[in-house]
Design a binder for this molecule. Structure first.
Ligand code: UGA
Length: 440
């Protein structure tokens, strides 16, 4: 019976914590396991260790009922029918490749507790070929041997919409090597499938590749429109109108065509780099050579804003007050991993600017990675006496700012809209010099 299925989730970061809660919401008995005792303690208290809309409510609903528990003890995974591996695969410090040590450690810590038939399901984003290697590793190290079967079930959730994406994914991908594994995954997701979510069943390498190719495509779409922004900047055209116009072509679509300061976060940037590294290992560097250009276009956007800011204050930012609105890599998230906003703030700070950064949710995380940056407690405080205001993360709060009020507290009313989403007419009407990106 579905309701008695027991699930373990290894790794309780952005992906694992939401997946564990989602599995509990589907009615399963779930244990979340992580090596980070602090994170586990917070989750066990029913507190999300990061900001994700809707997560606190579901945690409070299930933590404490006994159906959803969290621990650092891998022995708690023993006896579960399905184990989801959800640990991170960050970029290695010594190159572009993914750091696989957390995935390997997770599997090695889990394996000794697998003494009955079960399914181990990889969800982490990994270089193609990982699953086959892990299946081999499991068969050799688990007491049940090949009875611990490996499957791959990539995750496509977006931060900020993670709960919604987990409960209502737009597709499910099952990489399997047996009918049994497929049956088990169909049982886990029975409710989601009944709701109409399409299922694609494939082999292991295809399932791994679906994930990285989807992210490579999304990154390409963003860098494409940012390349158009570069052209618009030199041709005196408007990239937002261009995006609207080409986006009406259903084959292109308007989503992910917002030009601005480019993509960041813990996924897109490192995933395209790891994908290139893996292609190189497979002797197919040429196939993904274009992704180096996608990465380069993306990083140029940050530089462009730094250079534009310098121009706007007359050639040097030294000792100039610069307000930075936003630190998270995108709104609805407190994640600052590879955040373009924080990177721009950091570059200006290092050039001697008196930067003041405000973010509604990400300030604590920003302080951890960039403690020397000055942070403000509100947008208004950040803007006080500023020579330029940089709008870098498109929080709703920033769209609701009153440009007339802000004009009265800055030194010079100049705003750079790094996300092209402020009401340009309203800001101009209030006396501001408004600069969008890729727009006249
Ligand atoms: C991304 C993918 O969208 C998810 O499908 C995937 O599951 C996830 O990575 C992952 O691999 O785990 P996420 O990193 O949460 O999700 O954020 P996105 O919504 O993709 O945004 C990524 C970056 O692109 C942000 O910095 C955002 O500001 C930027 N972006 C997005 C643009 O600059 N322009 C756009 O039009 C869209």
């Amino acid at each position: 019976m579905i309701v008695t299925m027991r699930i373990s989730v290894i790794g309780t970061g952005y992906l694992g914590a939401v997946h564990a809660v989602g599995m509990a919401e589907l009615g399963y008995t779930v244990v979340g396991i992580d090596v980070d005792a602090e994170k586990v303690a917070a989750l066990a208290r029913g507190e999300a260790p990061f900001y994700e809309p809707g997560l606190d409510e579901l945690l409070a609903k299930h933590a404490g009922t006994g159906r959803l528990t969290f621990t650092t003890d891998f022995a708690a995974a023993a006896g579960a029918d399905v184990h989801f591996v959800c640990v991170g695969t960050p970029q290695r410090r010594d190159g572009l490749a993914a750091d696989m040590r957390y995935v390997e450690a997770a599997v090695d810590s889990l394996a000794p507790h697998l003494d009955a038939a079960c399914l181990v399901v990889g969800k982490s984003t990994v270089p193609v070929g990982t699953a086959v290697a892990l299946a081999d590793r499991l068969a050799k190290t688990a007491p049940v041997g090949a009875g611990a079967e490996l499957a791959w079930n990539p995750e496509f959730l977006r931060e900020g919409f993670a709960v919604e994406d987990t409960l209502h994914p737009d597709r499910l991908v099952f990489g399997v090597t047996s009918d049994d594994a497929e049956r088990k995954l169909r049982e886990v997701y029975a409710q989601t499938i009944a709701d109409g979510t399409p299922v694609i069943v494939s082999d292991l390498p295809t399932a791994e590749l679906v994930k990285v190719s989807a992210n490579a495509f999304l990154a390409t779409k963003i860098s494409f429109i940012n390349a158009m922004a570069e052209i618009a900047e030199v041709a005196g055209a408007d990239v937002t109108k261009l995006a609207d116009a080409i986006g009406h072509d259903a084959r292109i679509g308007r989503k992910f065509l917002n030009a601005g300061i480019g993509f960041g976060g813990g996924c897109l940037p490192k995933d395209i780099r790891a994908f290139m590294a893996r292609a190189g290992e497979l002797g197919a560097s040429h196939s993904l050579a274009f992704l180096a250009e996608i990465d380069a276009i993306n990083l140029r956007r940050r530089q462009y804003v730094v250079d534009l800011t310098r121009d706007l204050v007359g050639g040097s930012v030294a000792n100039r007050r610069i307000a930075v609105l936003g630190a998270a890599f995108k709104p609805h998230s407190d994640d600052v991993r590879d955040s373009p906003a924080l990177n721009i703030a950091g570059q200006l700070h290092l050039q001697g600017a008196r930067v003041s950064v405000y973010d509604p949710k990400a300030t604590d995380n920003a302080r951890k990675v960039f403690p020397t940056l000055p942070y403000a407690d509100s947008a208004v405080e950040a803007c006080r006496d500023a020579s330029v205001v940089l709008h870098l993360t498109e929080w709703q709060e920033f769209r609701e700012l009153d440009p007339a009020e802000l004009a009265g507290i800055v030194e010079t009313p100049v705003v750079v809209d790094g996300r092209n989403c402020l009401d340009a007419d309203a800001w101009r009407a209030a006396g501001w010099t408004y600069r969008g990106l890729g727009r006249p």
